[in-house]
Design a protein around this ligand. Sequence first.
Ligand code: B12
Length: 460
Amino acid sequence: MKVLLVCPSNYHGKSATKSIYYPMGILLVGSLLKDTLPSLEVEILDGELYTESELEEKVRGSEILGLSANTNNYQNCVKLANYAKRSGTRKVIVGGPHASATLSYKDKKISMAGNILRNQPDIDAAIMYDGGQAFLQYFIESQKMHPDYSGINNLFWRTQEGDLQSNSVDLPTNPPRFTDMDFSLMDFGKYWKEHKREFPDMSEQYVEGFTHVGCVWREKRGCIFCDIPFPFNNYQAPGRFWRDLREARTRLNIRAFKDYGDCLTGNPERVRALLEARPCDLEDMEMSCYGRSNEITEDMANMLRDLNVRYIYIGFDSGDDRMLKSMREGYKVKENHTAIERLVRRGINITGSLILGASGESEETIANTERFAREIVQSPNVTQLHCAILTPFPGAPLNRNFLEDFPEFSDKDVWDTELTTSFWISRNCEAPYELIEKKAREINELNPSSRKRYFGMKEK
Ligand code: B12
């Protein structure tokens, strides 16, 4: 019996990170299944690496299909679900950030998982947040003559009579561990090669992991577009983290790890504890991480250097203070410049990103962001710079404002990013959509990397 887990590619446009990063979500879900039921055939597929017909061929003959949905790839999840059901797959289950979103409309909280099941007859169940346990239990129950899905937390499901049911939901609080990943399910070699091309200052063999989850700023106020699932900032116990990483090194011979934690720089005490707990034999381990500009003090920059951080991803987000305020970023353009200076002095590379299209965006604010972008790409340490258009993700704080203007989306499961983006701009920006799109493309062209980031639009 085969269980297939797929993370399909984006619906509009190509991802700039194709073949660089592997899909950790389905790796974790598949690993728990394989660890619990070793004789089961579990296949993990990164949909970006296959054509539609190749994926369909893989789907044929799978008994259970699990799909990892973000808002940008959800239409492709639906297409694959339809195909699977036509070709005999017994159960189709959807998880991931899109299935985990909660909409706020008037006084109501609406689960996207419910919208998915109401609108898609070919999808049997949707799982919110951490999907490992729920998927495993769903699989086990689905093999029984009289399955009972009622005790599986995080699960939305349909009864045999077709009624929609939902169980209680646990918020995700703990960082995933390397030890929960069955590395034999993933072919790392092909990712390592591409990763090295894009990030030459980092060792080729890397593994993705989490020193922490959540973001300190998000706990206080948070950026309006943020759809990260973790409500609290929670760091791993440093000793355990390094022991886990040592084990990953033994198994995979890795020399670097990419910290997918939402923002490393928010909690200086915990960063210091991480550094101080690092054992001598891991002192040469290289890192990349996410950070916020105003949290990069001289002290934080020293700690990042001492942790061998080779690349840090920073959302600069705008070159205009009014737009930074509009996005509720909690910092100003000056702090973006200061962070760059501090990182440059320590030889740390920066992957920056910018967003056009927040409330109040005008020709003047766009011009300021363009100027900022042109200035910072002069720095040899700014090795990537992406420009996105603000997308109203269904689980982000701004979904509330979006739904006030476009209530028809409150019971939809497809939130086509090209459409929602243009709707949002039409109500919230002074500049027209066409100008914002043109400028986002132009700023993207300034990216020193040859991989220009996909930003939610059809390619031209
Ligand atoms: C690292 C990261 C990336 C990396 C790597 C992604 C990768 N291929 O692994 C890069 C930089 C490439 C990236 C790109 C993008 N990302 Co990103 N990314 C993240 C980040 C920080 C961590 C993701 C991660 O690996 N988590 C760890 C794994 C274990 O968690 P997970 O994937 O969510 O999986 C768990 C559950 O969701 C669930 N689950 C997942 N899949 C499935 C499937 C089944 C069947 C089941 C049952 C359960 C299940 O169980 C898993 C285990 O607990 C998150 C924020 C966050 N903290 O989650 C944003 C995040 C996921 N990204 C986001 C976005 C928008 C994007 C982009 C679209 C940005 C852009 N405009 O280009 C692209 C799209 C890329 C793509 N091809 O789809 C959004 C998604 C919002 C949404 N509603 O869709 C997030 C939430 C950030 C945000 N904006 O708030 N991203």
